[in-house]
Write a protein that binds this ligand. Structure first.
Ligand code: MF3
Ligand code: CO
Ligand code: CO
Length: 256
């Protein structure tokens, strides 16, 4: 069952989403070589509480931290750690979800740390472009599968691959709810979209093979081949004319 949100509910969701964006913009200011992901987590934790919200990941199915920090070959759900240190040439995805007024807002972006190699920069750019192309498919009456088809096409055109095991998700009163939003697949398959649906699109694009491994901590997902992976995430609402990004970033957020 896919919940359809009322305009009042979308208003509350928009507020949670805009706080998630503010937190992500704050995170960006902390990304200097030598900083640990633990330090970023701790500052974001305080920032979120100071804004009368709570970090959705903390204690979610036992997740131990307040944000996810996924560096280089970590695909998603990287756990902040004091020995995980930002280094020149890295890429890092910061994934922020906040809970406020009964609604979760979820957004993430991949940032460059110093001088990043051209092929890895291309990976990050294509991850971003694939998200934009996927979003453009969203309108009432369109099939959910069009989003993934568009994302996959873009990734493959550049010789990259799409992670299959993790997907976007409905969001609202629950952190993760129906529908599941695959980042690959066939056009004109899957659920038909309706105005008032709210979900994330969050493609994970790998430089090498699509396959992943779960680390023994039961959270950290890495590429099987050890090559980098990049991801961007927006929360959207399906509108009568198409869609609205509820986690719109400031124009200077990214450093591509
Ligand atoms: N924010 C992630 C997402 O985009 C989910 C993180 S779940 C956690 O869906 F428990 F790892 F935080
Ligand atoms: Co997220
Ligand atoms: Co998400």
């Amino acid at each position: 069952m896919i919940p359809i949100k009322t305009p009042e509910e979308v208003l509350l969701l928009r507020e949670s989403c805009s706080l998630a964006v503010k937190a992500l913009a704050y995170a960006k200011t902390l990304l200097t070589p030598g900083t640990s992901t633990e330090a970023i987590n701790n500052k974001l934790h305080t920032f979120i509480l100071d804004h009368h919200a709570t970090p959705s990941p903390l204690n979610y199915h036992g997740y131990p931290k307040s944000i996810c920090t996924s560096r280089n070959h970590v695909i998603c759900h990287g756990i902040p750690n004091e020995s995980d240190i930002l280094t020149n040439g890295d890429i890092i995805n910061i994934d922020v979800t906040v809970y406020k007024n009964g609604f979760h807002g979820d957004t993430s972006a991949t940032f460059l740390i110093g001088e990043v190699s051209p092929r890895v920069r291309e990976l990050v750019q294509v991850a971003l472009d694939s998200l934009s192309l996927g979003l453009k498919e969203i309108r009432p009456g369109a099939h959910l599968g069009n989003i993934g088809a568009s994302i996959e096409k873009k990734a493959h055109e550049h010789g990259f691959s799409v992670v299959h095991e993790y997907c976007g998700h409905g969001i609202g009163r629950n952190f993760h709810e129906d529908p599941q939003v695959l980042h690959f697949g066939k056009r004109n398959t899957g659920t038909v979209l309706k105005a008032g649906m709210t979900f994330t699109v969050e493609p994970m694009i790998n430089l090498g093979q699509r396959h992943c491994k779960l680390l023994p901590d039961d959270w950290t997902v890495i590429t099987s081949d050890g090559l980098p992976s990049a991801q961007f995430e927006h929360t959207i609402v399906v509108t009568p004319k198409g869609y609205e990004i509820l986690t719109e970033w400031p124009s200077d957020l990214l450093n591509l």
